[in-house]
Design a protein around this ligand. Sequence first.
Ligand code: NAD
Ligand code: UDP
Ligand code: UDP
Length: 339
Amino acid sequence: SSSSFGGGDAALGGSGKRMPVGLKKPSKRVAVTGGAGFVGSHLVDKLLSRGDSVIVIDNFFTGRKENVVHHFGNPRFELIRHDVVEPILLEVDEIYHLACPASPVHYKYNPIKTIKTNVMGTLNMLGLAKRIGARFLLTSTSEVYGDPLEHPQKETYWGHVNPIGVRSCYDEGKRTAETLTMDYHRGAEVEVRIARIFNTYGPRMCLDDGRVVSNFVAQALRKEPMTVYGDGKQTRSFQFVSDLVDGLVALMEGEHIGPFNLGNPGEFTMLELAEVVKEVVDPSATIEFRPNTADDPHMRKPDISKAKELLNWEPKVTLHEGLPLMVTDFSKRILSAEK
Ligand code: NAD
Ligand code: UDP
Ligand code: UDP
């Protein structure tokens, strides 16, 4: 707050230099690529609320202006329609690099664009970070572990990934993005951070995003059967978005490069998830089985001991607590879209 910098004879600014009496600590300038998307927009809320200046870079492929429209008019907020596959010039202190479709339905829609976003987009953002001396955080994914043979997954696991499958544009794309990030760190002294994010849900997900939590919730609200792919015995671990955002900021501001798993270790089969959605949304909801997609990982659960120990972070919101918050947002949006 301003009072802690206004009083005494001198105060320390972010740079460690002495600041003249009466001056506020300069706010941090932060770029968030993919900031109009689901996770990005919640991150932007948090950064702005604590006083940072934020530049969102987004091409609106899966992101929406509505996710950030409440910041229009805030002088510390800027929104640039830009595709990260093209170079960009700007000056910031930190770059959170999220730009990339995250739902399998979206990233398989144009796989060439997905891998270009992961490779060329990440290269451009690292080139930018190098030129301006910004700290760079990559949002990688649990998909780098592929269909894992180790369970739960630790950061030391190298993964089990099909390099030529229909998911490869995303998982091999993110693996290459991690490689680029480490090479810019080792070869060009860029300060970097890597988060491996596990399945995350919450308000502002696209209604027809295709991911399992958004599908089940939207289907139950619309009185349609919930579509369970395969036998429904595959597992995932679902993290509420506010926990993820706290983890991303802790990682950016901590001293460790990572990679860090950021996820909620609570593990559910898809059938169990359908039961929870039933309890929360509509006890009369039904399920319907559909064939599963190719290369679908059979199980996934993060080992988060590294983030607990080094970032002092762990998720706080259980699925039973988080789901109702998402349901409130979804029911409002479904009602207004369908009336
Ligand atoms: P999202 O699809 O809601 O957001 C992605 C954002 O990036 C959108 O606003 C989209 O318009 C933008 N974007 C896509 N391609 C772009 C490009 N070429 N140039 C500029 N902007 C572009 O997805 P999300 O769930 O918010 O995911 C954000 C990040 O977190 C992604 O990098 C994703 O891989 C990662 N992640 C998410 C999850 C999850 O469960 N949500 C899990 C693992 C990793
Ligand atoms: N880049 C960018 N903005 C910058 C600096 C670089 O978009 O401010 C892009 C640049 O166009 C290049 C990529 O980042 O495609 C990698 O830049 P780097 O300087 O590392 O490599 P080089 O340009 O030497 O190939
Ligand atoms: N899934 C499902 N019904 C749906 C959508 C997905 O049963 O309507 C399954 C999917 O087969 C996978 C799991 O839910 O096993 C998680 O899929 P999602 O697309 O949410 O994320 P992923 O972890 O595969 O990236």
